[in-house]
Structure formats: structure tokens, C-alpha cells
Design a binder for this molecule. Structure first.
Ligand SMILES: Cc1cc2nc3c(=O)[nH]c(=O)nc-3n(C[C@H](O)[C@H](O)[C@H](O)COP(=O)(O)OP(=O)(O)OC[C@H]3O[C@@H](n4cnc5c(N)ncnc54)[C@H](O)[C@@H]3O)c2cc1C
Length: 312
């Protein structure tokens, strides 16, 4: 089958890999400059920041099998087993940053980045997907893995209805502050992560302690409420306020670089009970972290479920 996957985040790449391994002809389009979506790693000089997902955990046997392979090939490694206290559950990270995981999955696939899919149309033999260069691509089946409000606009262009409950799933926002320090002086304790440390931040991650950054590079993620209340303010204002809130962990160190990153669709507020959603044609499937749980594992398993639905 000729299959198009929209989105080269974890769910899209997991689906594409699975279908490719079953012998299908798969193309993945992503509007971003690189692969990974919310598995995002950014370099600034000698500093490296994970600024989307910070780490991931494993709950299912199916995902554990995949993670064991990634561990074996050195794509991921265990970071720690808890932050302030250990709970025995491994927290994994991409060895060279979280994007490395997506890059690994994308190897050998036909992935076209900087390609925004802006419309979808149904035809008797399948679907026509139009990208922002005006090219129309025909496919027998399509998997959409963008955050649901973005997939919804594609479905709308095709005149396809999706269940109201699914359409109504909104996403929390995240505003992130990325800071490079001139020295190793800071007070983010080993192993380098803090969850909900105050009423502004939901996570503080020391990328040097994670082993992904040479320089001391700290990611501060504002919590959903703070991010919602402040999302539309200017980058300057957000930078100033978050830097002030970060002071207790910076111990007066000189900040050599700072940057704000905004995620409009960071985390689904509700999760659809099925691992993916299939259109009545059976040849159009929606997947992503809104289906299996708002995390790395859920996105991966949703991608696999979408591939199985298309291939069945
Ligand atoms: C700040 C933040 C922190 C997080 N922390 C954690 C964590 O610590 N642990 C954890 O397990 N999870 C975490 N998550 C969640 C995790 O990152 C996601 O669950 C997972 O990466 C989602 O993968 P996905 O493939 O479903 O979606 P995405 O990664 O969002 O992939 C969708 C892709 O679709 C592309 N796209 C959208 N519209 C179009 C279009 N029209 N045409 C072409 N391409 C399009 C996008 O560019 C994107 O690459 C975090 C997320 C954020 C934002």
C-alpha cells in the first residue's frame, strides 16, 4: 500500500517504521525543520537542551521490548530512578538528547521535513494529501499524528467528521526557559531533575547532569496554569519573569544565554480511551499521545496501533 503519515513525532515515526517493515510504501511529512515534534533537543553553542519531553518511563511489556532494543543500540540510557526520592522505576533519556530517539526511528524512512500538509481530500481509491509546495500526493491510506486541533483542521478540509468528544480534547500549554550558565554553580540537586518545585515550574532539568550537554544548561518548564495565564506575553517579559522565578536554583551564576520556548499543544487534557481512531473508510487513522496517554510511551503505542489498523 501507498501510505502517507502526517507528523514525524514519535507516534508518526513508530507507525511509519512498522508499516515500512511490513513492506508498505510509506512517506512521512512534517512541517518542522527536523524530526521529533515534542521530542525536541536544541543546541546553543556548547549547551544542549531537551526542551520538550525531558525523560520517559515504561509501563507496558510492548514498549519495554522496544526500549530494551534502544538501550542495546545506545540510543537511550537510564538517567535515574526518581528525583527527590528513588521509586525504583527507571527514567530513560535519549543518549544525545530526546530528538536522537526520533532520528533513530526515522533512519531509512522516506521522511520529508519542512513540508506542511494543509489539506486532505477523499477520492474513490483513497486520499489526496496536499503539501504547502502545492504538490498533491495520492495515498491509499493516511495516518494523522498531529495534536488533535491540528489534525481536526485537516479533517475539516476533507469534510470528514470526527466524534465530538474527540474534537473537544484541548491541550495544556508549556512555556519553557532555557538557560546556559557560565559556571557549574547552581542548586538543582543530583540526579538533575525537580518535579513541581514551586508554584511556577512543573519541571527543572539540568541537561549537563542528564549527560546531554557539555555546558551547564538548565531547562525550566512553567506549569500549565502559569503557562496559560502568561502565554501571550512577549518573549522579553516571559524571559524576565521566568528568570526571576528561577533565581533560587541559579545561585547568582552568570547567565550567558537565555531563550524562551512556547508549546501551544504540550499535553492533552483528556485521553481518548482507544489507542487510535479510524474513519469509517478504514483507510484514515488518527493517532498520537491524546490516545494512549499524554506521554512518550502512549505516543509510541498509539503509532503502532494506527499501523496495525491500517495494515489489517
Ligand atoms: C514541554 C513538554 C514536556 C514533556 N515532558 C514529557 C516527559 O517528561 N515525559 C514524557 O513521557 N512525555 C513528555 N511530554 C510529552 C511527549 O513529548 C509527547 O507525548 C510525545 O512526544 C508526543 O508525540 P506525538 O508523535 O504524539 O506528537 P508530536 O511529537 O507533537 O508530533 C506531531 C508532529 O506533527 C507535525 N505536524 C503538525 N501538523 C502538521 C501538518 N499540518 N503537516 C505536517 N506536519 C504536521 C508536528 O510538527 C509534529 O512534529 C512532554 C511534552 C512537552 C511539550
Amino acid at each position: 500500500m501507498r501510505i502517507i503519515v502526517v507528523g514525524a513525532g514519535l507516534s508518526g515515526l513508530a507507525a511509519a517504521r512498522e508499516l515500512h517493515s511490513r513492506g508498505h510504501n510509506v512517506t512521512v511529512f512534517d512541517k518542522g525543520r527536523g524530526v521529533g515534534g515534542r521530542l525536541a533537543t536544541r543546541r546553543a553553542g556548547t549547551a544542549t537542551f531537551d526542551h520538550g519531553a525531558q525523560f520517559f518511563t515504561v509501563r507496558s511489556e510492548e514498549f519495554q521490548k522496544q526500549v530494551d532494543e534502544w538501550l542495546h543500540s545506545g540510543v537511550v540510557r537510564e538517567w535515574c530512578r526518581g528525583f527527590e526520592t528513588e521509586d525504583g522505576h527507571p527514567r530513560y533519556v535519549g543518549t544525545n538528547g530526546m530528538t536522537a530517539l526520533a532520528k533513530h526511528l526515522a533512519t531509512g524512512l522516506d521522511v520529508r521535513t519542512s513540508s506542511l500538509v494543509f489539506s486532505l481530500a477523499q477520492q474513490p481509491s483513497g486520499w489526496i494529501v496536499t503539501t504547502d509546495d502545492g504538490v498533491k500526493h495520492e495515498a491509499e491510506a493516511v495516518i494523522l499524528t498531529a495534536p488533535l486541533p491540528q489534525s481536526f483542521s485537516l479533517l475539516f478540509s476533507a469534510g470528514v467528521e470526527m466524534p465530538n468528544d474527540l474534537r473537544g480534547i484541548d491541550y495544556d500549554r508549556t512555556v519553557g526557559l532555557l538557560v546556559t550558565l557560565a559556571s557549574h554553580q547552581h542548586s538543582v540537586p543530583a540526579p538533575g531533575g525537580l518535579q513541581n518545585p514551586n508554584d511556577v515550574f512543573s519541571f527543572i532539568g539540568n541537561n549537563a547532569a542528564k549527560g546531554v550537554s557539555g555546558a551547564t544548561a538548565i531547562t525550566f518548564h512553567a506549569n500549565p496554569q502559569w503557562s496559560l495565564d502568561n502565554f501571550d506575553r512577549s518573549l522579553e517579559e516571559l524571559g524576565a519573569d521566568l528568570l526571576l522565578a528561577a533565581q533560587p536554583w541559579l545561585q547568582g551564576s552568570v547567565v550567558v544565554h537565555r531563550e524562551i520556548k512556547k508549546w501551544r499543544f504540550a499535553t492533552p487534557q483528556r485521553v481518548w480511551p482507544e489507542p487510535c481512531w479510524a474513519h469509517e473508510s478504514g483507510s484514515l487513522v488518527l493517532a498520537g499521545d491524546a490516545f494512549n496517554g499524554p506521554k512518550v510511551e502512549g505516543a509510541y503505542l498509539s503509532g503502532l496501533a494506527a499501523a496495525a489498523t491500517i495494515a489489517s
